[in-house]
Design a protein around this ligand. Structure first.
Ligand code: G4P
Length: 527
């Protein structure tokens, strides 16, 4: 029973957004509400600034901060909330996609001035693929933004999800008066404040309550009445099952910077967001209530001190109780491992833990045993599903600049790509290596870390490759195709062949000419 209670009080989620929409600010405000930090500004530095592209010291520093803030936990009204941090920088988008495999729900932050932006669409695609429940927070209502009805339409259209407003703004920008809580029938009046941690909510009898006219002015009150009637007619009651199935996203309006609308968001979150969910493996579904421990690695981070090449692997506990010093089976290597100093995270401090429960994230010191997606169990041969590789967008060939240091380079590139920093594809038994990333910044980080952590000098040469495609379908047809396109075939890190298509046209032609083969730009299909 105690075990079930532990699971039932946990909610593990990520805040996602296009850079600058307010993810960091909202995270910080959550921690403020959870009593984990006392001052604003504490989480602020947790992002790789756009200007950091060639400032390695800055990258190093920020990498350090991002380890410390990879997971932030706090208790709020009896719920243990685990926030998994996702890097805001678009070049690290893949890291974000992977983190999404370890959460049970997400809060999506939208800037009311900009609406749905490019990165938002891509992140939501991943959420839809995984059927992750989403709550939307429309931020920066203190600025003159888009019309709220237009924003809702835009969300539905661009994110391909139904929305359900939970609160409704009264004006915006300098005329912003606050929000009306549609289900609560109360008014949350806006007051610009960066430190307060409770909202001034006025309970109303109904929308005809004359208090509204006094509080927000007659014109605004009448507009609110019209809007609310319209919303009621269109949206009705929130269907929580549809939210859990990721078909409907509840929407809140507020201003993270002004601590406005955070409380209602957090209160709704702890009420409706899912507790740890079952997770699929290649052979069966694992339920969090199962007594035996299972978990998987979703993120690997290099140690801050480059002299010690150990790393930190982030484990999501999926079932059972994780215990310190207990031997667990590393199913890919068929090897027993035990962890003397696993740690969890409370806001920005980390501490050694003896036990962890489903929904929790544990940091494990790793000397090179782990790859992203690796599974730990009490002996059962399981492999958690849904840790996809995505086709990179930029490809370069790795050129060794110091033949005396080939071994170091080999080891370095293997380990750094295990961390998920980039994808590695090999040709001709590994003598040619192509590195693929989603952003330019990773090449700089790779080059810097190969030199400083492994003592290997290298250069990356541009290669005209459009996409890396995994293949499925008729085995004979694939074999023939691979023979025919030998120079464009490489192996991924799991030994799976990929087709490196030079252009979108070549990929289309390959598809047309080989109807028995399916080309995939994620590796998800194969697990
Ligand atoms: P991110 O993590 O999603 O990239 O966004 P972040 O929270 O860093 O917010 C981006 C910018 O938007 C910050 O300003 C932040 O202060 C501002 N912001 C966040 N929420 C609100 C809001 O509700 N209203 C308004 N008006 N601004 C908001 P910055 O100038 O880039 O950074 P800073 O100088 O304030 O640190």
């Amino acid at each position: 029973m105690a075990y079930e209670k532990e699971i039932g009080k946990r909610k593990t989620f990520a805040i996602i957004s296009h850079p600058d929409a307010g993810k960091t600010t909202l995270t910080e405000k959550f921690l403020l509400f959870g009593g984990q930090i006392q001052t604003a500004g504490a989480v602020k530095s947790n992002k790789i600034k756009k200007t950091a592209a060639s400032d390695f010291m800055e990258i190093e520093k920020q990498r350090g901060i991002s380890v410390a803030t990879s997971v932030m936990s706090f208790e709020y009204k009896g719920t243990l909330v685990n926030i998994l941090d996702t890097p805001g920088h678009k070049d690290f988008a893949e890291d974000t996609y992977r983190t999404l495999t370890a959460v049970d729900s997400v809060i999506l932050v939208i800037d009311c001035v900009k609406g749905v932006e490019e990165q938002t669409e891509r992140l939501m695609e991943v959420c839809r693929m995984r059927q992750t429940p989403v709550i939307v927070f429309i931020n920066k209502m203190d600025r003159d933004g888009k019309d709220p009805f237009d924003l809702l339409d835009e969300l539905e259209e661009k994110l391909n999800i139904h929305v359900h407003p939970m609160s409704w703004p009264i004006n915006g920008g300098s005329e912003f008066k606050g929000v009306y809580l549609l289900h609560d029938k109360s008014l949350n009046l806006f007051e610009s404040s960066k430190t307060k941690i409770s909202d001034d909510v006025v309970k109303l009898n109904d929308l005809n309550d004359p208090q509204i006219d006094v509080l927000v002015g007659e014109k605004n009150a009448n507009k609110l009445r019209d809007d609310a009637e319209l919303i009621d007619g269109v949206y009705g009651e929130l269907n929580k099952t549809e939210y859990m199935h990721a078909n409907i996203a509840p929407v809140f309006f507020g201003s993270a910077l002004n601590n406005f609308g955070i409380q209602e968001l957090l209160d709704t979150f702890i009420t409706i967001a899912p507790t740890p969910l079952p997770r699929p493996t290649a052979s069966r579904q694992v339920d969090p209530m199962e007594q035996k421990f299972t978990g998987f690695i979703f993120k690997i981070h290099a140690n801050l001190d480059p002299k010690h090449r150990d790393r930190i692997a982030f484990l999501r506990v999926c079932s059972g109780r994780f215990e310190r010093n207990k031997p667990y089976e590393h199913t890919r290597l068929d090897k027993q491992l035990r962890f003397a100093n696993p740690y969890t995270f409370l806001a920005q401090s980390k501490e050694v833990v003896d036990y962890a429960y489903p929904g929790d994230v544990v940091g494990l010191y790793d000397t090179g045993n782990f790859k992203i997606g690796d599974t730990l169990t009490e002996g059962e041969d399981l492999q958690f599903k849904g840790i996809p590789s995505f086709s990179p967008e930029i490809f370069r060939e790795l050129i060794n600049l110091d033949p005396m240091k080939s071994k170091q380079l080999d080891k370095g590139i293997e380990q750094l790509t295990d961390e998920g920093l980039a994808s590695l594809f090999k040709q001709d038994l590994g003598s040619r290596r192509f590195v693929g990333t989603v952003g330019e910044l990773q090449f700089e980080v790779l080059q810097y870390r190969l030199e400083h952590e492994y003592g290997a000098k290298c250069r990356f040469e541009h290669r005209a490759i459009h996409k890396a495609c995994w293949m499925s379908g008729d085995a004979e047809a694939i074999k023939e195709f691979m023979k025919f396109r030998m120079t464009n075939i490489a192996m991924d890190k799991d030994g799976q062949p990929v087709f490196l298509a030079e252009t979108a046209f070549i990929l289309r032609m390959a598809q047309e000419n080989n109807p028995k083969i399916q080309f995939h730009t994620t590796s998800e299909f194969k697990v």
